[in-house]
Design a protein around this ligand. Structure first.
Ligand SMILES: [Mg+2]
Length: 392
């Protein structure tokens, strides 16, 4: 069996261009789906997939680890930059889909699963609608409360909000009070039984991240995400040590060695590896084993498209320390037209029952994908109160 072609298919989905990766084989009807979505880097990732194709076309698609090693180590430059690690991930996920189809079993079974009956999911405020999740001003506590109630009405028992604004490295208490008011409003709106998460998007400095975290402690966050830059491992470790709320991070890390350093410093309690960025399912399994040794929970970052979701869920059915999966359902109204999924979602509680189909269990409708060709992503820039550059 040989890989004959690797085909990236770009599908514009408002905030992101989903990059689906179709790995073709010489066996009739046998192919695999992966995803390599990387917002604002679409052309670069498509180019990186073309560059990597030279290494793997003509090879046996079932030798996944061997191919992963080639994609990561050959061509001299290791594959730990975000563009290439995302491209590797897209191909790697598709290879696992192929292997599952060859074995006629879901990917989770290839890895010894399922280890649980269902996977819990959480949503973004607004279900991933860009304007609700990313653009609700932090000083609009009432709107945060409305969106929180909507998430619960949609069946979720957990949701994530962006209730921490961009700030200068030190900025006094005004933004901290605004964040506190927004989170208080959400807590009052949904009660104590619902899990609330706050994603700081690595906007704060470690000092500001700690101030935000301390102010939000009374509202008992399920986790407190990216409270400072991912590069600042000592900042993450300091905040994680000082707070009761568990720190979550990892979506921007691209190689096992980066997770090793994060875990060794105890920079988080929740590892948010992104299967489409960290090098794919092959590398995600190694990261998960390392997290297991540190008793760190897994909650994959997954705001992308439907192949990423299917891969994140298959992974969850095979990983004991997996606690919850990020999902979006309202980013584009035609999301369900593009994909047929093998797993089922219980509308009450939004828990996912395992896929029984081979591989990732998904079918992508290529005619639907073609209706949404590449468009440049929406420009998102942040400038702080003095005109200096901030983090989005
Ligand atoms: Mg995040």
């Amino acid at each position: 069996m040989k890989i004959t072609r690797i085909e990236p298919l770009v599908c514009h989905a408002r905030m992101r261009n989903w990059i689906f990766v179709k790995v073709h084989t010489d066996q009739p009807g046998l192919f695999g789906w992966g995803e390599a979505t990387l917002e604002w880097h679409t052309r670069a990732v498509v180019g990186a997939i073309e560059d990597l194709s030279q290494l793997v076309v003509g090879e046996d698609p079932t030798r996944i680890e061997h191919l992963w090693q080639m994609m990561h180590r050959q061509h001299f430059w290791h594959g730990n930059g975000i563009v290439r690690s995302t491209a590797i991930a897209g191909i790697d996920i598709a290879l696992w889909d192929i292997l599952g189809k060859v074995a006629n079993m879901p990917c989770s079974k290839l890895w010894g699963g399922p280890v649980r009956d269902h996977v819990r999911t959480y949503c973004h405020l607004g279900g991933g609608r860009m304007e609700d999740f990313y653009e609700t001003p932090v000083d609009n506590a009432k709107r945060f409360a409305e969106l929180a109630q909507q998430a619960v009405a949609d069946g979720y028992t957990a949701f994530k909000s962006m209730a921490v604004p961009s700030t200068l490295p030190l900025e006094g208490m005004k933004p901290v009070r605004a964040a506190e008011a927004a989170v208080r409003a959400m807590r009052e709106a949904v009660g104590e039984e619902i899990d609330i998460m706050v994603d700081c998007h690595a906007r704060p400095s470690p000092a500001m991240g700690l101030q935000f975290g301390k102010a939000l402690e009374p509202y008992h966050l399920y986790f407190f995400e990216e409270p400072c830059w991912p590069e600042s491992i000592e900042g993450l470790a300091m905040i994680n040590r000082e707070l009761v709320a568990p720190v979550a991070t990892g979506e921007r890390l691209t190689h096992l060695a980066q997770f090793r350093d994060l875990f060794a410093a105890r920079g988080c309690e929740v590892c948010q590896l992104d299967i489409t960025h960290c090098g794919g399912l092959s590398e995600a399994r190694r990261i998960a084993a390392l997290a297991e040794a540190h008793r760190i929970a897994l909650a994959p970052h997954n705001p992308q498209g439907p192949v990423s979701t299917a891969a994140s869920l298959e992974f969850g059915f095979a990983q004991p320390s997996y606690i919850i999966c990020e999902t979006v359902h309202n980013d584009v109204p035609w999301r369900a037209d593009v994909v047929q999924e093998g797993f089922t979602i219980d509308p009450k509680g939004r828990i996912v029952r395992p896929n029984q189909r081979p591989g990732l269990g998904i079918e992508i409708d290529e005619a639907e994908v073609k209706k949404h060709p590449f468009e440049q992503e929406v420009l998102q820039r942040v400038f702080l109160s003095d005109g200096s550059v901030g983090d989005w």
